[in-house]
Design a protein. Structure first.
Length: 148
């Protein structure tokens, strides 16, 4: 019985952890916007959340494109540099990959400030919404326990 009440909280708890990690990554990208040679990093939230909520993780290297488009490539050569991962709740790991450059820069910096700021605001709003949902769900359970 308790599992039925806490399953949604576990899901949203994982989502909250992933949103916080993505916020940190985006903030790092924005902070390094003027660093020559810096390569922007990000991860696909939907894939990371499905990996965090399931027990299996998909193999391969994930290459991130702009928002809305998905491109996944497997490791085709043993000399490929492995994509680092971000620890998430439990054994699940989010694949931290390089964002595809939208506009070339002379100093080889791939940070697009407009895109990063938009991603930052979007992620902030979604983080706040997830937090409010968890808070509302906890209040609902508390009022049910108290019999109000």
């Amino acid at each position: 019985m308790l599992d039925k009440m806490t399953n949604r909280l576990d899901f949203h708890g994982n989502a909250l952890i992933l949103r916080a990690e993505r916020q940190r990554i985006i903030a790092s990208n924005i902070a390094n916007a003027d660093t020559p040679g810096y390569v922007a990093r990000d991860f696909k939230f939907s894939e990371a959340l499905s990996e965090a909520t399931s027990s299996t993780s998909a193999p391969g290297v994930t290459r991130l494109a702009t928002a809305g488009s998905a491109s996944t490539q497997g490791a085709t050569d043993p000399r490929h540099i492995p994509v680092s991962t971000v620890s998430v709740a439990g054994d699940a790991r989010a694949r931290l990959a390089y964002a595809v450059q939208s506009q070339p820069a002379l100093d080889n910096n791939t940070v697009d400030l407009d895109r990063e700021r938009a991603n930052f605001v979007d992620n902030s709003v979604r983080y706040e919404a997830t937090l409010r949902f968890i808070n509302g769900n906890a209040k609902t359970m508390l009022s049910a326990i108290q019999g109000q």
